[in-house]
Design a binder for this molecule. Sequence first.
Ligand code: GDP
Length: 333
Amino acid sequence: MARTVVDEQLFAGLRQGDRAALARAITLIESDRDADAPVAKTLIERCLPHSGDALRLGITGIPGVGKSTLIDALGLQFIAAGRRVAVLAIDPSSARTGGSILGDKTRMERLAQADAAFIRPTPTGGTLGGVARRTQETIVLCEAAGYDRILIETVGVGQSELDVDRMTDLNLLLMIAGAGDELQGIKRGIMEAADLIAFTKADGDAEARAARARTDLKNALTLLPPRDSGRHPDVLLTSAITGAGIADLHDRIDALHQEDVASGRTLRRRHEHNLFWMHRSLEESLVTALRNSARVNAALADLERAVQGGTKSPFQAAAELLDLFRKGGAPLL
Ligand code: GDP
């Protein structure tokens, strides 16, 4: 009984936009404690009908490109336009490394003090599916708490752009002119996940270099196939220090969002993403269950030896392991 009361209080506080309640709710869904799982599940179910109206914007770039500084400036623009801004950080690599430097409040000083902003640092550890689940559930909680601009910061390390692209409505890629990564980015497929690209730190001596880089990149991008939106990413110049280009960036993001909502792209992407994560989560859970199966583990070393020794085909061994898993009546998740 006590649990339900706490839950109701938490839900009510969250719906009123109370930041402490939101922070507690997020801690609950990040928790690994079995006792928290049903409370977290109910909370998400209650919040879901109140979510979905926000713009979910991915912001990607290598460390040092200026993500925090730009989010600080852009976030204030959103607030000036009457929006409420939540900044989340996701680091798919934290599933492997257990550490991250994203979502650091001290690096978003002005935004951290704004009443209409909520900043949440990266949760660390867990599987990739776990990181994705927590991020998406956190988005739902933030939206139910009245945040209508959700900025999702991620470090640009290849695969993570593609994962973030499957959680967001629009993606902004940040680059530094002259860092030599303009064309590298094209090679690595990073551009394919970008709706907008900004060359950061376009101030002082770097301004002219950034302008040249912008022209070069715009030309190069026309050679690539357009994104699913039918658009090539626009390339902008920004300086979070002087403020140049930030208002423009803000307006461009809003215009693209309006266009995508009107055309149905936003909704279509969200539906596709939900299916993607359902399947990804299913696969990850199955593999975990398989690896935890006592029968599978008992037979694994022998089968590995047989495969290495060439006395059994890898496919036959895999089929036998799967058979053992099925026969084992592995507990369903
Ligand atoms: P992050 O690692 O991508 O979050 O990058 P930061 O936002 O922490 O910025 C890295 C460094 O670049 C810091 O020393 C910033 O002061 C500096 N920086 C960020 N934005 C700008 C900018 O617009 N102009 C200049 N000149 N420096 C910037």
